[in-house]
Design a protein around this ligand. Structure first.
Ligand code: FUC
Length: 790
């Protein structure tokens, strides 16, 4: 007999239909009417391991390929085991206010041995760098001099994680479809002509160095070994390309494959490295075999299903826009001039952030690096590494609210991998317990200070990472996970517990030596220095870490004695913030004058974001000092810094200023030179510019948009805490994540919430601030609130 009652889930769907219909996103796509003119206009595709960026060229297409594990360098021990012997003297100099002399001594005796990061050019030193895998080049031959007609169209669909381009040459319409499959672990490019036999092209593979190519059995293979910085025998890699043809012939010519007179060609790209995987070569063969045995449609169907499981969790609409009829580069140009006219671009940018997160990391693999997964150079900027003084952390700030929290697990794995070396570093430099990492790390587990005191000795990198790891627990309340990261957090707390020294002037426990990331200050004698005692960020991070470890040990019923030690230490840390005579928040223990008033790092506001030590409600004076600090620092800076400032303003509940920062972040640029100052923005492909391209700005900016709509760091869920005037008319968000394992749907009109639903599979009661009123309600049981996107 047929059941007449509707299942529970379906009932919910019906109930939500009116809301779902209005929540339909406008097409979530980036699109252009010409091929990319520079790499920063090409479209990023990735499945968390393999990446590709096609430029859509008509006569020659270059597709930059990536593999997230491809690093030069190798494991090393760059600890200076004599460093700890100099620690007492460095500390005495700091206590005497002789920071310049302390810094000289740090440079001499307290940095790493060897070349460290190679001053950011570490490709050929043991630190190594993340590198591009290769350039896949397709040279198209048209029968006559190519004459284009009709429109050229190139796009990236965020709903599908598929890119495509179409154009017409000599009356034949050519189409290409590209995706990095979330089914079989291959990249795929399908090329078709709408008339039989009109595809003629050569396929070649290369990279700037360290490669050989060969063709064999209809496959093009590139292989090589990178430099490990010692004996030259570093990481090995292989890339295989197999074209499958409909019509026409495939020939081998030298080190290239040639397609003659085909109607459709599908290129399957399989690649791997021997990073933690001795059988990588066989795997690339097996994966290629599996992919080529499946039909293209089947592969695409599985790809879409797997990708959408993550992507479709959240939808957002901020109002109507006609701007999506324009190309994305034109929209970007317009947005800075009149952001209110395009309410769809922030939605696209937010969803692009979520797309980039899903595409650039994968559970069981590596977190996104400075460029996520995408690099077009051998010597990537700053080695494409993991910077621990804001950048890798910022890469993860979006995950909780974007309902993608599990994508922070690769960071937990990376951090776990730092502990062993970090324990050696803690002993070598500080004779301390626990583990530490400083400003930079790589896939090889680097924890030592960098090679220069001006930036390399910040020792809060590891504590900051731990606070990121905690955030995944805060969002999910997954106790198994908490148990798994507890040793990491405890090891980090052990380190800070054993290195803190008493500042005789105040009696507070502080770090020494350390620095406020990359910033410098003047001493009374006119010299400047970076090395200091107790920078604000260090004790904010330490406070947060100790509090988290105390809570974790209570939840896990463990380590009571250590918990008590930390509780006592907490009482002796400097307060979360102190206000200088000019009303700004103090960046250092002393009221130093910074050498650069507009410095890109605003590290001392860590307590405002990502931490919740400073809030307008609980600490209004400190919040006001943060506001003044931000005014003096100014808005113009590299992309990531603009994104950070956007986030700060959301926490100050100033939606309009956050919105202004969003427009700043989305200011179009094509600049690629390395920049530390003003002028960051966004490239035509929506990737963030420092410049050069750095993905942190994308993730930070997307996190900022979420934080304008929902915050959950104060023990309750705050709906619309920083809504800019421009978005007040109406809007709707579905599926946003909130701390406490909650999922939130909401709808607003004229700046007021008109409907909201909070779901949870574990928690029943939830506090929510809605339209100015704080109340406690019962959360519904979990419901997958994804809506179809078009
Ligand atoms: C930090 C920043 C720089 C750059 C680098 C990768 O050091 O100060 O601006 O983003 O990371």
């Amino acid at each position: 007999m047929m059941k007449t009652t509707l299942p529970y889930r379906l009932l919910f769907v019906l109930f939500w239909l009116p809301m779902a219909a209005s929540a339909q996103n406008s097409p979530l796509r980036l699109w252009y009417d010409k091929p990319a003119q520079q790499w920063e206009e090409t479209l990023p595709l990735g499945n968390g391991r393999l990446g590709m960026m096609p430029d859509g060229g008509i006569e020659k297409e270059t597709i930059v390929l990536n593999e997230i594990t491809l690093w030069s360098g190798g494991p090393q021990d760059a600890n200076n085991y004599q460093a700890a012997a100099h620690l007492p003297q460095i500390r005495s100099l700091l206590l005497e206010g002789k920071n310049d002399e302390a810094e000289a001594l740090v440079n001499k005796s307290f940095v790493c041995t060897g070349e460290g990061s190679g001053h950011g050019n570490g490709a050929n030193v043991p630190f190594g760098c993340y590198q591009m895998l290769g350039d896949l080049q397709l040279h198209f031959k048209y029968e006559k001099e190519p004459v284009t007609s009709g429109a050229y169209h190139r796009e990236l669909s965020l709903s599908d994680a598929v890119a495509s381009c179409h154009y017409t040459v000599n009356g034949v319409t050519y189409s290409r479809t590209y995706f990095t499959s979330f089914d079989d672990d291959v990249s795929i490019v399908k090329i078709t002509a709408d008339k039989p036999g009109k595809l003629n092209f050569r396929i070649s593979l290369n990279r700037p160095e360290r490669f050989t190519t060969r063709v064999s059995n209809g496959e093009l293979i590139m292989a090589g070994q990178l430099n490990n910085g010692t004996d030259g025998n570093g990481m090995k890699y292989v890339t295989r390309i197999k074209p499958l043809l409909r019509g026409g012939n495939l020939r081998e010519e030298g080190n290239e494959l040639v397609v003659d007179k085909a109607t459709e060609v599908t290129l399957y790209i399989s690649a791997g490295t021997n990073f933690k995987d001795a059988s990588y070569e066989e795997k690339t063969i097996a994966i290629l075999k599996s992919a080529t045995q499946k039909s293209f449609d089947h592969q695409l169907k599985n790809h879409l299903a797997n990708y959408r499981k993550l992507f479709d969790r959240v939808s957002l609409t901020l109002g109507k826009t006609v701007q999506e009829k324009l190309t994305t580069d034109q929209r970007l140009k317009n947005f800075y001039l009149s952001p209110d006219a395009d309410k769809g671009l922030p939605v696209l940018y937010f969803q692009f952030g979520r797309y980039l997160a899903i595409s650039s990391t994968r559970v069981g693999l590596l977190p996104p690096n400075l460029q996520g997964l995408w690099a077009n150079q051998v010597q990537t900027p700053w080695n494409g590494d993991y910077h621990l003084d804001v950048n890798v952390q910022m890469n993860h700030w979006i995950l909780g609210s974007a309902n993608l929290s599990e994508l922070s697990l690769p960071l937990a794995d990376l951090v776990r991998g730092l502990m062993k070396q970090g324990e050696k570093t803690a002993k070598a430099y500080y004779n301390a317990e626990g583990w530490v990492a400083h400003v930079i790390t790589n896939v090889w587990g680097y924890t030592e200070p960098g090679e220069d005191a001006s930036w390399g000795v910040t020792n809060s990198g590891s504590g900051w990472l731990c606070n990121n790891l905690w955030d995944h627990y805060a969002f999910t309340r997954d106790e198994k996970y908490l148990e798994s990261i507890y040793p990491i957090l405890k090891g980090s707390a052990l380190f800070y517990n054993s290195v803190l020294i008493e500042d005789p002037k105040t009696g507070w426990y502080v770090t020494a030596p350390s620095e406020s990331p990359e910033n410098a200050f003047y001493l009374p004698n006119g010299n400047h220095a970076s090395i200091c005692m107790g920078p604000t960020i260090d004790h904010q991070i330490t406070r947060e870490l100790f509090s988290n470890v105390i809570l974790a040990s209570e939840i896990l019923h463990t380590d009571e004695p250590f918990r008590e030690v930390l509780k006592l230490k907490l009482k002796r840390l400097p307060p979360p913030g102190r206000i200088a005579s000019d009303g700004r928040l103090m960046e250092w223990l002393e009221e130093y004058k910074e050498t650069d008033l507009k410095h890109r790092h605003v590290s001392h506001l860590y307590g405002l974001y990502p931490a919740s030590l400073i809030t307008p409600d609980a600490t209004p004076d400190l919040a006001e000092a943060c506001r003044k600090t931000l005014e003096v620092r100014g808005d113009d800076s590299p992309g990531w810094s603009k994104a950070y400032k956007l986030l700060f303003w959301t926490r100050l509940h100033n939606g309009n200023r956050a919105y202004k920062l969003l427009a700043e972040l989305l200011k179009v640029t094509s600049e690629t030179n390395m920049n530390y100052g003003a002028g960051g923005g966004t490239y035509n492909n929506l990737l963030s510019a420092g410049s050069p391209f750095q993905i942190d700005g994308n993730f930070g900016g997307a996190a900022g948009i979420a934080e304008m709509l929902l915050q959950s760091h104060e023990g309750y869920i705050y709906l619309l805490p920083a809504l800019p005037d421009a978005w007040k008319d109406s809007g709707e968000a579905r599926g946003l994540g909130a701390r406490g394992n909650f999922t939130v749907d909401m709808k607003w009109k004229d700046g007021k919430i008109t409907e909201y639903h909070i779901y949870s599979s574990t928690a029943a009661m939830v506090k929510v601030k809605v339209n100015g009123e704080l109340k406690e309600i019962t959360a519904s049981r979990t419901f997958n609130s994804s809506v179809p996107t078009n």
